[in-house]
Design a protein. Structure first.
Length: 239
């Protein structure tokens, strides 16, 4: 992803005109990968016979990755539109959170050499929810822990609490200052960290919306120098 982090709104800064902010953010996030796609495609067309197979493959991989990036952005924007219009489609069923956690850990375990992923928690942790939406939320939280911390252990834990089940994702990062925590789940909110990856700042906004649409709640506990814990609670399966 591009390292230019000049457009998405940072935590603690005043909100500008929302329409202008959306246009600026989307334009930036789409322009960067499209520039790469256009450049490599033109090079392949113009110099195909003079390029080695290895060079061609590298360019095609870059094109594929940036095409995925554009697709993710458009998917996020569509999801935001559905959430805010109240048109999100949910398919409630019996969902075993531990199975989803195992799937996420297996999929993301090799994404970062600096992080170790671990599951924690015993007992039944079955909820009434949409499995695809829960998978998306948990994937987002673990990916964020890998992206925004230098390394360490990331723990995905489950705990039954009355008629709810709580899922937590805890990292060993620098933590989030108290005065910035209120902006974490806002649209286009991103932390102003040197070297942090760029993005739209929509991930946590969407994640919270997905959990609340399923009758749940989502929050954050963090302390500077002591890491962060993102949590969400969903209703237990009782049928």
């Amino acid at each position: 992803m591009s390292r230019d982090r000049g457009l998405p709104r940072r935590f603690g800064r005043r909100r500008g005109d929302p329409t202008a902010e959306i246009i600026a953010t989307v334009s930036h996030e789409i322009r960067s990968p499209l520039t790469t796609i256009k450049g490599f495609t033109k090079t392949l067309i113009d110099r195909w016979d003079r390029l080695s197979d290895e060079a061609k493959l590298d360019m095609l991989r870059a094109v594929n990755a940036d095409a995925d990036r554009v697709t993710r952005l458009l998917t996020e924007l569509l999801e935001v539109s559905r959430l805010e219009a109240g048109k999100l489609q949910l398919h409630f069923q019996r969902v075993d959170l531990r199975q989803i956690g195992e799937s996420v850990v297996k999929d993301l375990a090799t994404r970062s050499e600096n992080h170790t992923l671990r599951l924690q928690g015993e007992g039944e942790v079955v909820v009434r929810a949409d499995p695809d939406k829960v998978l998306r939320v948990l994937t987002n939280l673990v990916e964020n822990a890998q992206k925004y911390t230098d390394g360490g252990e990331v723990v995905v834990a489950f705990r039954a609490d009355g008629d709810r089940v709580e899922t937590t994702v805890t990292d060993q990062g620098a933590g989030i200052p108290n005065d910035q925590q209120k902006d974490v789940f806002e649209k286009f909110g991103r932390r102003d960290l040197a070297g942090a990856p760029s993005g739209t700042g929509l991930g946590l906004y969407i994640a919270k919306g997905l959990i609340e649409a399923q009758g749940g709640e989502m929050g954050l506990v963090s302390k500077e120098g002591a890491g962060s814990t993102f949590w969400f609670r969903l209703k237990r399966w009782t049928e």
